[in-house]
Design a protein around this ligand. Sequence first.
Ligand code: KIV
Ligand code: ZN
Length: 505
Amino acid sequence: MIYMMHVHKHIQIFDTTLRDGEQTPGVSLKTEDKLLIARQLDKLGVDIIEAGFPISSKGEKKSVKSVVNAGLHAKICGLARVNKPDIDACLDCNVDIVHTFIPTSDIQIQYTIEKSKEEVLQLAVDAVEYIKEQGLECLFSAMDATRTNTDYLLRIYKEVEKAGADKINVPDTVGITHPSAMKELIKNIYNTVKVPIDVHCHNDFGLAVANSLAAVEAGARQVQVAVNSLGERAGNADLAETVMSLHSIYKLRTNIQTKYLVETSRLVERLSGIQIPPNTPIVGDNAFSHESGIHTHGVLMRADTFEPGVMTPEMVGHVRRIVAGKHAGKHAVKQMLNSAGLNPTDGQLAEIMQRIKDLGDKGKRVTDADLYTIAEVILGEVAKGEQAIVLEEVSVMTGNKITPTASIKALVNGKPKIGAQTGVGPVDAALCAVQTILGEDTSIKLRDFKIEAITGGSDALAEVIIGVEDKKGNIVTARAAREDIVMASVEALVSAINRLMIKKR
Ligand code: KIV
Ligand code: ZN
């Protein structure tokens, strides 16, 4: 049971993806991209969108204006230092809220603004008064609050409250605090001011979400978050993690339509160019994926055996995936194949499992595409007894000083045959060698040859699709998938010829 004395049942979500998030090293968003993200955040249901820092550039101002003019439900906020030009730039954009900030810790006051503490206090008060005179909502941040002397911090918050601030923000600017310290600090502030408390936590120690939740436990009414945890250095508290913890663990409410969380994350991933790791909570590819036999077996029986249960993939717009891999169980693989309309026999399933495990043992991640391709190849293979050509050995020599040469050993209609051929490359040589072992009546013409890497990396699984035509104009297509392109090509060709033979019979 979480001890929650001052907890507000409804927590406001302030999204800073377009402001602090855009300060992620290497990220810069065009106006159109910012607008797309803002629309998505609005669809998601965030209460406030911090659209940018209008004074910072012409383009930034244009972006903030375009978000303001987009007619969204969310309130739009602009960032400003405690000076008139910054605040006026926000006013020019017609924002609903001005978020004004000034450093308050000794280290930042001394080295970044070189003012006395009294001057800092006065600047803060003046800025808040100016914003209020313009009739705008004012959010005040004491930057580096968690490293600020507590008495001084409380004094500043009290003074800006008196000056008319509508909300005060407590930034953990360098992500240095921890949940119990944050709880203590927020409790202190809660007992000092009446205005709602907001928190802005950075993730330098991976504690941004935990610290935000601790703040909520102590009475914070609003949390600042960013999609995909974007933000300065290690980023800000992640939107999805914070919201889902509030909903599913704390049983609190927000206005977020959680079913759009994955969609939102994907959009921001694409537009920001910052890819999230597959094991990212909630929105990562693996967040609801299961591979090992024990887990998949459990999950197929009842999902919450190996998932939280209070959070399902459907709730966040994700899908549960059973992943084929070296730890996969037969039941799970069979179920995956059946649901894709593929019904292997026990023997075929055993062969599919073997190939999956072989790939896994080589350190490869087996994708769904890999599994289905492997299965289609095995299901499409002509039963051994019916094969006109049974491949026994393939060897290929190639290099910069020799002509690519391939030799093939196979049974053709039950008779051992050996063939060798040169080619322009190893694949060409191997395909020509296969054709040398065919009798006159089985001569074929290669019509189609397509090769695709269906997984990434130099050890990718290659899929080869080959179309062949016999003398009578019968055309057959077959495919094979292997990590070895030459082997995949030869297998595809042999498979196509075997099917042609069967067709003929
Ligand atoms: O991290 C921080 O302190 C900030 C402020 C502008 C709130 O981003
Ligand atoms: Zn920040």
